[in-house]
Design a protein around this ligand. Sequence first.
Ligand code: G3H
Ligand code: 13P
Ligand code: ZN
Length: 324
Amino acid sequence: MISYKELGLVNSRELFTKAVKGGYAIPAFNFNNMEQLQAIIAACVETKSPVILQVSSGARKYANQTLLRYMAQGAVEYAKELGCNIPIVLHLDHGDTLELCKSCIEYGFSSVMIDGSHHDYNKNVELTAQVVEYAHKYDVSVEGELGILAGVEDEVSAEHHTYTQPEEVQDFVQKTGVDSLAISIGTSHGAFKFKPGQNPEIRLDILAEIERRIPGFPIVLHGASSVPQDIVAQINQYGGKLKDSIGIPEEQLRAAAKSAVCKVNIDSDGRLAMTAAIRKTLFDNPAEFDPRKYLGPARDMLKALYIHKINNVLGSDGKASIND
Ligand code: G3H
Ligand code: 13P
Ligand code: ZN
């Protein structure tokens, strides 16, 4: 058993309290390889933002649990080397069993999500409460979920949103003891969220009603990628074949981040940015075969995307100090 505290990581509790009070959201960026991790840390150090390093169960299998533990510890040391000791959380994204959550905690995660949203309400409460009971013994924070997002996550896909029912949130939070709650209010997983011409809408009215029932309680938004059209165009210009799609408008995310939404999950936009840079580099230099020559530009593009999200969407820039 490795405690996340030995790795220099923090849980998300205090970060969320400050983010809710301060009207901003902490970025939760997914990663599974070194270049993504370098881009995340470099962007967060440069903007002085706290960060949640987010790992799905698929990413954990891909990267290896032992390597991930050292990568997270390395991220803490790398941030210090770059000149800013930013708070870093290592978080399991969409955990589906108690066993997986336990295993992540044993390997140094400081925060876990137990996503029981596909179960019926009582089963979701029961499973989430079990994870909370285990995690809190180790001072690990827990995110639960109520409501179902449209889109694809791991192998599970849902075609339509099932919005979170505000009447359920207070009971769920009380019975489970979760530290934060992911809700479904119109965001959606993946790079193909809405067709051009559709009108994506985050239901800020449902969010307001949830906040009224659990004032100040940390709320999480999944599926918050915006599918930047210039990045999609670059992929398709250099040989890609992505179908047209739009994501969540950034102004709507900004409005949500000013409320009790204190964690915003972004994965797909990062995947698109890396792919766009790699495609362009290989198109421009077809003889190139040194991975550093195309992964380097991908890392730069990713870092620029994250800096933009932090400064212009989440508002977490300058919030890394414990006094903020
Ligand atoms: O919500 C899901 C995340 O984007 C993780 O995706 O399971 O393909 O790693 P993944
Ligand atoms: P996107 O697919 O919109 O990036 O959402 C990621 C996410 O919610 C990870 O849990
Ligand atoms: Zn998600």
